[in-house]
Design a protein around this ligand. Structure first.
Ligand SMILES: NC(=O)c1ccc[n+]([C@@H]2O[C@H](COP(=O)([O-])OP(=O)(O)OC[C@H]3O[C@@H](n4cnc5c(N)ncnc54)[C@H](OP(=O)(O)O)[C@@H]3O)[C@@H](O)[C@H]2O)c1
Length: 236
């Protein structure tokens, strides 16, 4: 059987890197998208045993379209897409400007939609596909100083459900919502969240990657679902 091809957006660093490495170990043919982290992306590609690399600023729909045309040309289609790339900022909602709003929504929600659309065209053509959108605990629980980010991630969760309906039964569309996944010392806000976490610890990229892998390997009867990987924090 041909190895299944998966594109991981924002795959050069942190959670995206963990997802790419995990899927490569499982035998997926991994392709890595990056924007500015070229050196890191090259290193991950090597660790994945020679992953294909795609550069694009996902703020631009034209760049997204060009990237998927290139994916089709170089990979001959796509089995799976993991929409992982995103931005995160913190502002008092009274201070948010139009620019701050668009900075988050252009990547976190608009780009996720257009990447799904482009990938779906390739998947519908081949007759099968899997999409996993990385959302956030912030799309489930409201965080006062991240209202703009929370709105973008709640949008990703509901977009996931709508697209699951639109493209069933050919393509499954599911979402993984990470809780606190640190890559350095915890800030005060994250420390407070970990204290409230039933599991009593923060999560890891591997925790998120194994949930992504569940959806990529699940049958086509698993679609439109949200899996929070947050140590139980969303249940408090
Ligand atoms: N870490 C957490 O605690 C946590 C918690 C909840 C949810 N999440 C979600 O999990 C996912 C990964 O989290 P993370 O912390 O690993 O993310 P991150 O490091 O903040 O960002 C991941 C990647 O997104 C890419 N990206 C940002 N803006 C872009 C743009 N305009 N065009 C293309 N790519 C762009 C960057 O690629 P380059 O570096 O190549 O520029 C970056 O490496 C995100 O969806 C995040 O919202 C994370």
């Amino acid at each position: 059987m041909e190895p299944r091809t998966v594109l991981v957006t924002g795959g050069a660093r942190r959670i995206g890197r963990g997802i790419a490495l995990h899927l490569a170990r499982q035998g997926f043919h991994v392709a890595i998208h990056y924007n500015s982290s070229e050196a890191e992306a090259r290193a991950v590609a090597q660790e994945c045993g020679g992953a294909e690399l795609f550069q694009a600023n996902l703020e631009s729909v034209a760049s997204i379209e060009a990237m998927f045309a290139e994916v089709d040309r170089r990979l001959g289609g796509l089995y799976a897409l993991v929409n992982n790339a995103a931005r995160f900022t913190r502002f008092d909602p009274l201070d948010i400007t139009e620019r701050d709003w668009d900075f988050i929504h252009s990547v976190n929600l608009k780009a996720v939609f257009f990447c799904c659309q482009q990938a779906a065209r390739l998947m519908l053509r081949s007759g099968a596909g899997r999409i996993v959108n990385i959302s956030s605990l912030g799309g489930i629980r409201p965080w006062a100083d991240h209202a703009h980010y929370c709105a973008s991630k709640a949008g990703v969760i509901h977009l996931t459900r709508a697209l699951a309906k639109a493209w069933a039964p050919t393509i499954t569309v599911n979402s993984v919502a990470p809780g606190v996944i640190p890559f350095g010392p915890l800030d005060e806000e994250s420390e407070a969240m970990v204290r409230l976490t039933p599991a009593g610890k923060p999560g890891t990229a591997e925790d998120i990657a194994s949930a992504v892998s569940y959806f990529l390997n699940a049958t086509d009867y698993v679609t439109g679902q949200l899996l929070a990987i947050d140590g139980g924090l969303s249940q408090r």
